[in-house]
Write a protein that binds this ligand. Structure first.
Ligand SMILES: [Fe+2]
Length: 287
């Protein structure tokens, strides 16, 4: 275990520009470029791949990149390759991912059992909105350190393996379906094989969240407040031919609202990370 990969950062200490790894076509990446990409993800829990797809091959490049992060994780809006288009879609109004509204800080697949949660989220930009649509990220390790020093009681509650249960909304129906899980910690100490902490977090009106005990609701609020502060976040606008690589075990991501009807289009692929020995999941307990 390397303690070099603390994934501790905030607005002051991490310049999004330093996350960019420039390559040509994904399949032509050199071993050095691949190593730099993994190293960046291990250091910060996020990297931005700047790639140069052949015309008409954009989404294929995302699928190619996915192979470097394991097997794709099934989602009910995904095609057979696991791809999900993140754009405004009619008929999916209950999915925040299919609207132009803001998306609060969260980890992907929070409502899934631990074994099914994607460890990597890839987000590829095809077309941006002229207004809005910025990406925001915050570090779970920095949030943990903050709570440890300022809100130790809240942190204790958030580390309880039964602190929340969650269900997500059903496709095409405005109700909460059976997809869900009973009993998870926000900062889990048991699930990762390397002894690191695993962050899993969602706190918005789109899902059905049951938080126990009552006092833990305030702890969730404190954590969301931490993530929402501009000092905690890096923020940038993903550009066409960029793919954001998120370590879903250690960072939360969010998006600002964008212009309705702008044609903004992103492609998403979620991977299980299985067999990718280069990656260090989660983060060591910060002091
Ligand atoms: Fe997401």
């Amino acid at each position: 275990m390397s303690n070099k990969f603390t994934k501790l950062w905030d607005h002051k200490t991490l310049d999004p520009q330093s996350l960019v790894v420039e390559v040509g076509r994904v399949n032509d990446m050199s071993p050095r470029q691949i190593a730099k990409m993994y190293e960046t993800v291990n250091l910060y829990g996020v990297a931005i791949l700047q790639h140069a797809p052949r015309p008409g091959q954009t989404v294929e490049e995302l699928v190619d990149l996915g192979r470097l992060f394991g097997n794709s994780v099934v989602h009910d809006r995904a095609d057979e390759r696991g791809l999900v288009v993140v754009a405004e879609l009619s008929g999916y109004g209950e999915f925040v991912g299919a609207s132009s509204g803001p998306h609060l800080m969260h980890t992907g697949g929070t409502f899934m059992p631990w074994k099914d949660v994607p460890r990597i989220v890839l987000l590829q930009c095809e077309k941006q909105s002229r207004i809005g649509g910025r990406s925001m990220l915050a570090s779970g390790a920095s949030a943990f350190r903050y709570l440890k020093h300022h809100e130790p009681e809240a942190l204790k509650l958030l580390m309880d393996p039964q602190v929340f249960s969650i269900k997500r909304s059903a496709r095409g129906v405005g109700q909460f379906a059976n997809t869900g899980v009973t009993g998870k910690a926000v900062f889990d100490t048991q699930q990762l094989e390397n002894g690191n902490l695993w962050l899993t977090f969602r706190f918005d009106g789109e899902i059905k969240l049951d938080i126990q005990p009552d006092a833990a609701v305030e702890a969730f609020d404190k954590l969301l407040n931490y993530f929402n502060r501009s000092e905690s976040q890096i923020d940038f606008k993903l550009q066409p031919n960029q793919i954001m690589i998120c370590d879903n075990t250690s960072v939360v991501h969010a998006r600002t609202a964008f212009q309705a009807g702008s044609g903004r289009k992103l492609n998403r692929l979620q991977l299980d990370g299985v067999g990718i020995k280069e990656l260090h999941w989660g983060f060591p307990q910060p002091s």
